[in-house]
Ligand binder design. Structure first.
Ligand SMILES: [Zn+2]
Length: 274
């Protein structure tokens, strides 16, 4: 089975999103080729934010971490079942780069002040919420976001590792999101707290984690790492600019690089008139 899925499991009054997104994350890292710290920040973001597609049942999601750290911003977007992501300033060299890169504290890249903003399009309506970053580790920051902006008690675990012999390949990109359902009891809350406190997911396979949860599997969902940039969309964006800027751009052929997938799209003069 391709390591690219989210299993939605019900355990008593708890909904659990158990994800393994190793393939998805490796597809994206294969063209960004980030250094270890930005790669691990990217991996953690993909691990915990991707299941939001199913949690919110949204057509489109835009996630943005803005911070005072060297990354500046992380932007991730999900449209239908396609995911794309980037880090604004990914050239961050750390003393962990040659060894122990799986132990880099994310705060070194994210910084210690910032915000998490999530916009979602659900049934053609837009919702937007922002919370501050509280732990600078992405998983806890998302749990805080869900608790504050949606008043849903959530706990989130993530486990992201780069391959020990090649920091351009993820060996693990996994997460578990626990969400209390409205009719929950104190026992449900206690079950989540015990699971989070006692389970070292780093040492377990997804199958073993699923067995420990011992719930009812509702669905298995999939996402792909596809960018939706196109020549038509770029032309449309240019045609929204003020006339003066448009005229300037239309003088010659243009080469525009998509920041998400790094593909270069050539727009010829005549394309504007077709
Ligand atoms: Zn693109």
């Amino acid at each position: 089975m391709k390591r690219n899925f989210t299993k939605i499991i019900i355990k008593n009054n708890i909904r659990i999103y158990l994800s393994d997104l190793q393939n998805l994350a490796n597809d994206i890292l294969s063209y960004h080729k980030y250094l270890p710290l930005p790669a691990i920040i990217l991996g953690n973001s993909l691990a915990v934010f991707s299941p939001l597609k199913f949690l919110y049942d949204s057509q489109k999601l835009m996630i943005r971490i803005k911070s005072n750290g060297p990354i500046n911003s992380l932007i991730m977007e999900i449209q239908d079942h396609d995911v794309r992501a980037l880090i604004l300033d990914p050239n961050i060299v750390t003393e962990y780069d040659n060894k122990n890169y799986n132990e880099i504290p994310l705060i070194l890249g994210i910084g210690d002040d910032g915000s998490l903003e999530i916009s979602r399009k659900i049934k053609n309506e837009y919702f937007n919420s922002v919370t501050k970053l509280v732990r600078f580790d992405i998983a806890t920051d998302l749990a805080y976001f869900l608790n504050v902006s949606d008043q849903i008690f959530s706990a989130i675990l993530s486990n992201v590792e780069l391959s020990s012999d090649n920091p351009l390949i993820f060996s693990k990109v996994r997460s578990i999101i626990f969400q209390l359902l409205p009719n929950h009891t104190e026992d449900d809350k206690k079950w989540i707290e015990d699971f989070v406190a006692n389970m070292n997911i780093k040492t377990l396979s997804i199958k073993e984690i699923e067995d420990k949860i011992d719930g009812k599997l509702l669905e298995t969902k999939h996402l792909s790492s596809k960018c939706w940039c196109s020549k038509e969309k770029m032309i449309k964006a240019i045609l929204l600019l003020p006339m003066k800027e448009q005229e300037e751009l239309k003088k010659d052929s243009l080469e525009i690089k998509c920041e998400f997938c790094l593909k270069t799209i050539t727009i010829k003069k005549e394309d504007f008139f077709s």
